[in-house]
Design a protein around this ligand. Structure first.
Ligand SMILES: *Cc1c(COP(=O)(O)O)cnc(C)c1O
Length: 452
């Protein structure tokens, strides 16, 4: 199978090259040239374990990796999850389910995609006899998930920039207490935007990028989106058939990567009726799906920080299909969005989506309400999804992080702080971080000195 860019000006690539490249050279995002039709196939996958199901699904796309190798890559990717079902589906009542996506190494859903991506990178390094240096910036969860995907892997090093003093103490510990000598947590004297701006300049320097075999980890990597399709399918296969007809996946949303994966699965012929895009107070996507207008706004930091976004980077993939797979039109709309910060969609099919938004004031209230009603504890991101469940639907809420990662907010909501044994252990390990000014030169010097 080959992968094309949403902007149509890049050479189509095979799976491994598209994964290694990340962002297409024309600035677009990779998508399969044609989507497989699973309508006659999905039901045969009922009863498979998580890793087996993932293998069957990814095999349809990763046609340049031998089946045995791929099976092993997938098996390794889910071995560090601490629940036998990997992504357990929990019934709260007959019309409310929670899909727990927080049993991976960093206790948030990004592990599902990042663990797979890490093992794909490792395989590529071994196969090509090359090393790879991963460079990224994080305001929290992505960096920790990336670090735990690559730590200790031969032929790789990972450098994660984060704003010093502006990520949660737990998130910082997840990045800095690994003890792995191929992990470099770079605490930048500046904001997340400063770190991101430096990163952009560094990746724009082609000579530096090629010399140091730099690769990015961001939510637009094709492998991440495909890995995320799998848990929708896994949950779908477990739903009773009468529940399927009224099912709505309710997804705490930031960059649109997670919910896009579910929607792609629907496009491949799995008859999921609909999705709810649940945002926090950074509600660009809520406004889009309720008004048809995409308007960029300032980020307001919130209690659900991994959903604090200004532009929804994965939205471009959805747009591509919305515009009838017309890459020229995608370029036009993306240029208009970049120039004016706003775009009004005329004919825009929103039929598969509903939307909700949740303010910071509501988050602790919702956590307390869900606890009272179902005896179930949700983290601040998942709380946004519980804002308003549709009574006529069967809701499958994606729980994107463990409540134990957010003890302060949970404490405020219910008067007690949850604990996780793995996070307790972290508190006793030494922090290893490298403080750097937010200057491109300081960062590139550091990377050159430590690259593998
Ligand atoms: C990243 C993240 C989200 C948002 O996911 P997107 O794919 O960006 O929409 C939601 N919740 C948590 C806990 C996250 O880490």
């Amino acid at each position: 199978m080959r992968f094309i860019s949403t902007r149509g000006l890049a050479e189509p690539l095979g799976f491994s090259d598209a994964v290694a490249t990340g962002l297409a050279p024309d600035g677009g995002l990779f998508l399969p040239e044609t989507l497989p039709d699973l309508s006659a196939q999905w039901a045969q996958w009922a009863g498979l374990g998580y890793a087996e199901l993932c293998y069957e699904f990814i095999k349809l796309f990763a046609t340049d990796i031998s089946p045995d190798t791929l099976r092993e890559i997938v098996r390794k990717s889910y071995q560090h999850f601490d629940h036998a079902q990997t992504a357990p589906l929990v019934a709260l009542d007959s019309s409310t389910y929670v899909l727990e996506l927080f049993h991976g190494p960093t206790l948030a859903f990004k592990d599902f995609a990042m663990q797979l991506l890490g093992n794909l990178y490792e395989h590529q390094c071994a196969q090509r006899g090359e090393s790879i240096n991963v460079l990224g910036a994080t305001s929290g969860d992505t960096g920790a998930a990336a670090i735990h995907a690559l730590l200790g892997k031969p032929g790789t090093a990972i450098f994660i920039l984060y704003p010093d003093g502006r990520v949660s103490p737990l998130q910082e510990r997840q990045m800095t207490c690994t003890g792995a000598d191929n992990v470099f947590a770079l605490a930048i004297d500046g904001s997340f935007d400063d770190a991101q701006a430096a990163l952009k300049t560094i990746f724009g320097d082609t000579a530096f990028r090629l010399k140091n075999r730099l690769s990015a980890v961001n939510s637009i990597n094709l492998a991440r989106v495909l890995a995320q399709c799998v848990y929708y399918l896994y949950a779908w296969l477990q739903l009773p058939s009468e529940a399927r007809e009224r099912a709505e996946f309710v997804v705490p949303t930031g960059n649109f990567g997670n919910v896009l994966a579910g929607w792609l699965l629907r496009r491949m012929g799995v008859p999921i009726p609909g999705f709810k895009v649940a945002t926090n107070q950074n509600d660009i996507l809520y406004r889009l799906f309720t008004t048809g207008e995409y308007r960029v706004a300032e980020v307001q930091p919130s209690l659900a920080p991994s959903m604090d976004i200004q532009v929804a980077s994965n939205f471009e993939r959805f747009l591509y299909y919305q515009l009838g797979s017309d890459a020229a039109k995608v370029r036009e709309v993306m240029a208009a969005c970049a120039k004016d910060g706003v775009y009004r969609f005329e004919d825009f099919d929103r039929s598969a989506f509903s939307a909700s938004r949740c303010t910071d004031a509501e988050i602790p209230e919702i956590i307390a309400r869900v606890r009272r009603r179902y005896g179930y504890l949700v983290d601040p991101h998942t709380a946004c999804a519980f804002k308003e469940l549709s009574p006529e639907k069967v809701s499958v809420v994606l729980a994107t992080a463990s409540p134990t990662k957010f003890p302060e907010t949970i404490g405020e909501a219910i008067g007690a702080e949850p604990k996780h044994p793995r996070l307790e252990v972290l508190g006793k390990l030494p922090i290893v971080k490298h403080r750097l000014p937010a200057s491109v030169k300081a960062i590139t010097d550091f990377v050159e000195a430590h690259a593998v």
